[in-house]
Design a protein. Structure first.
Length: 194
C-alpha cells in the first residue's frame, strides 16, 4: 500500500501583497522628490544673419561677473548680491541723466503719451565655470526683480496699477517696450578676480 501524499500547506499571499502595498505607500509619502525648476525667461527671436549687429556704447553696458569663489563684480567693483537690484535699477532708469549710466533713446509709445525715452542699457552677465548654482540663481533673481520693480513703478505711474496686475495686452506691451529686458549671457569662463 502506497502512503498517501500529504498536502503542503499553502501560504496565504493576500497579506503579503497588502504589506508590500503599505510599504510602497509609506516610501512614496515619506520620501521627497526634487522637482526641476528653471529660470522663466523668453528667449529673443533668432538674429537675421544679413543684419549687422548694433554697436554697443560701453556706457550702456552693465557688466556683471561672478567668479569661482562666488564673488560678484559689477562694472569692475566688488558688490554684495543684496545691492545688485538697486544698482541695476539706478543704471537702467538713469533718472538724473548721469553720463556714466545707461543712455536713452526716443521710442514712440502711444499709451505713454507718444514719445518716451527708453533705456539703452544692456545687462551683460558672465560667470566662471566654478560659480555655484545658488549664487548664479541669486544674481538672476536680483536682476529679474530690478526689471520687475521698474516696470511696476512705471505701470503705477501711468495706469494706476502694478505691471503684474495688468490684463490689457496693449498696456502690457507699452510697459515692456518702455522697459525692455536686455540681458546678455556669455559662455562661462575662468574669471580670475579674488
Amino acid at each position: 500500500m502506497k502512503p498517501k501524499k500529504r498536502k503542503m500547506p499553502e501560504v496565504n499571499g493576500t497579506s503579503l501583497a497588502d504589506i508590500a502595498f503599505i510599504l510602497l505607500f509609506f516610501f512614496l509619502v515619506t520620501s521627497s522628490m526634487d522637482v526641476d525648476t528653471g529660470i522663466i525667461r523668453r528667449l529673443p527671436p533668432p538674429v537675421d544673419p544679413n543684419e549687422k549687429p548694433e554697436d554697443i556704447n560701453k556706457r550702456n553696458l552693465f557688466d556683471v561677473r561672478i567668479n569661482s569663489q562666488d564673488y560678484l563684480w559689477v562694472k569692475g567693483q566688488y558688490m554684495n548680491v543684496g545691492d545688485l537690484k538697486e544698482a541695476t535699477k539706478i543704471f537702467i532708469s538713469n533718472k538724473a541723466d548721469n553720463p556714466n549710466l545707461a543712455d536713452k533713446k526716443e521710442v514712440y509709445i502711444p499709451l505713454l503719451g507718444g514719445k518716451y525715452m527708453a533705456s539703452r542699457g544692456i545687462i551683460s552677465l558672465k560667470n566662471d565655470r566654478g560659480t555655484s548654482y545658488d549664487m548664479y540663481i541669486q544674481v538672476q533673481n536680483e536682476l529679474a526683480k530690478a526689471i520687475s520693480e521698474l516696470r511696476n513703478e512705471l505701470s503705477k505711474e501711468q495706469f494706476g496699477t502694478n505691471f503684474t496686475d495688468l490684463v490689457d495686452q496693449e498696456k502690457i506691451e507699452a510697459i515692456q517696450k518702455a522697459i525692455p529686458v536686455s540681458i546678455s549671457e556669455a559662455e562661462p569662463e575662468n574669471i580670475e578676480r579674488k
